[in-house]
Ligand binder design. Structure first.
Ligand code: SAM
Length: 298
């Protein structure tokens, strides 16, 4: 019977092959029974950082041998591991946290195993992007995971502009970001998407100091700037809505623009009136008067 159809807790011997195993993103209890069984049963565990994985293995009393597999040795290590796998070995791959291959090493070896027709199984589990998304309160119907943005400002802004140009439906953007760059990145989001764009920062997920910061990008940036020190791992989520050109925005009636803002950004009428006033550079009462004229029976 294939490994994936076996009963939970099966005592059967683990078949040869490559096992991509998800590990916790903070809380050591966030690991599946199957992941623990696989880590115990394989001959070797290829780890992004053996010291990091050893803490997890010690916690669960797992004595399996480890070896390193990181971005600097993945190419070389792959030929060695593929030779073992072809000889019938069972090898697990783990990263420091979450699912290997997601902004982490593992994909190079996985592709080589597929090419060599070695069975590849994945043992699912914790992932920072999806954990943050479901608790963010933002749109989960349509989301776009972009990993880390480039560290250099020009490249980062250019990436954000390209993403914005491609958004034609409300979409949640998910980024990984380092604490020392988050304020700068929020500044770029504000520049590209506007100060009212909604964002969520999910910090230290599953850990003691787990925290969610929700608000407009301007509010969240301000809140973080007030802190003496910004620490911890974080996921940045952005509510991206299709942008309509300035001309098109100003050409349509106030009623129609309110409906657009309601549909795409969930704004109520008052919020939409404020937004339209800002967009058109006029006062809110002027926009309101225009709305009354549009609504007046002809
Ligand atoms: N493979 C991992 C996964 O499946 O989520 C991601 C690895 S990536 C190198 C590490 C980044 O993920 C961190 O810089 C941070 O952006 C995010 N991350 C990982 N653990 C997190 C946590 N507990 N809370 C918030 N973000 C986390």
């Amino acid at each position: 019977m294939p490994e994936n159809q076996r009963q939970a807790g099966s005592e059967q011997v683990l078949p040869p092959g490559l096992y991509l195993v998800a590990t916790p993103i903070g809380n050591l209890e966030d690991i599946t029974l199957r992941a623990l069984r696989v880590l115990r049963s394989v001959e070797r565990i290829a780890c992004e950082d053996t010291r990091q994985t050893q803490k997890l293995l010690n916690y669960y009393g797992i004595a399996t041998a480890t070896l390193s597999l990181h971005e600097h040795n993945e190419a070389g290590r792959t030929s060695e591991l593929i030779a073992d796998l072809l000889g019938g070995a069972r090898i697990a791959v783990v990263s420091d946290a979450g699912i290997p291959g997601i902004s982490d090493p593992g994909i190079f070896l996985t592709r080589a195993a597929i090419t060599a027709e070695i069975p590849v199984s994945v043992i699912p589990g914790a992932n920072a992007a999806l954990t943050a998304l479901v608790a963010s309160g933002l749109n989960t119907e349509r989301f776009f995971f972009l990993g880390f943005l480039p560290p250099k400002t020009t490249a980062r802004r250019s990436d954000l502009e390209k993403v914005k140009a491609g958004i034609n439906q409300p979409t949640t953007l998910i980024f990984y970001e380092a604490p020392h760059r988050i304020v700068e990145t929020l500044g770029d989001i504000e520049r590209v998407w506007g100060a009212d764009c909604k964002v969520v920062i999910a910090r230290e997920l599953t850990k003691i100091h787990e925290e969610f910061l929700r608000g407009t990008v301007a509010e969240v940036r301000e809140a973080l700037s007030q802190r003496d020190r910004i620490r911890g791992e974080m996921v940045l989520l952005v509510e991206a809505v299709p942008q309509i050109g300035e001309d098109a925005r100003n050409d349509i009636g106030v009623q129609q623009r309110i409906q657009q803002l309601r549909d795409t950004q969930g704004l109520d009428e008052m919020e939409a009136l404020k937004r339209i006033a800002r967009e058109r550079g006029v006062s809110k009462s002027e926009v309101y008067r225009q709305l009354q004229r549009e609504r007046a029976p002809k």
